[in-house]
Design a protein around this ligand. Sequence first.
Ligand SMILES: [Fe+2]
Length: 221
Amino acid sequence: MMHDIHSHIIYGVDDGAENLQQSLNMLDAAKAAGIDRIYATPHMRSKDADVESIYDHFACLHQYAADRKIDLRLGFEYNIQAIDNDSFESAKDYTLAGTDILLLEMPFTLWPPFWENIIYRLQGLQLRIIIAHPERYEPIQKNPGIIKILADMGCFFQCNASSVVKGSFKKNKVIRHLCKVGKLDFVASDAHSIYEYELYKKAVQKLSGKQNYLTIEDIIN
Ligand SMILES: [Fe+2]
């Protein structure tokens, strides 16, 4: 049973799949990589994002996925900059498939001041946080101590399969650190195309036996 918790498989809503055919090709590639559950997680980078198309295209894709014996669920990759300060609780609308889990994307270079407070406030809404691809953020690459801060706050970490297989030295440094402290909680495809599903398979092989990574189901209960 392999579950992919981060994927841009819904067509026409972000920089992932461009059309239905590409989504279908990605479903086939995911199946070939041994995945049987996918949390589709389109980017949510602004509070004004077009959520209607996301729901529509997800509904279209759902049956195709079921035909391939893939359990496709709707989530989001919620960027900390999409928070609506006038309606902070709306973050709860963007969890992984209606769970209490938020896949949180941070900015790649400059993090907002008081980012810890923002995360605390999200946790105050009874949300649990998975940090999407920590290895890609410059602040963490420069200061892996941030991992301890986030881990102490109770955050989980999700690395990208592509980083595990062919990451730069900087990305690898972060991944090695996460492995060392036992916090490489999830490996996901972050697929924007079929290519990342090929890498996913390789990443799982590379990590097998070395790391006990989780499925969402491990932490829901
Ligand atoms: Fe992503």
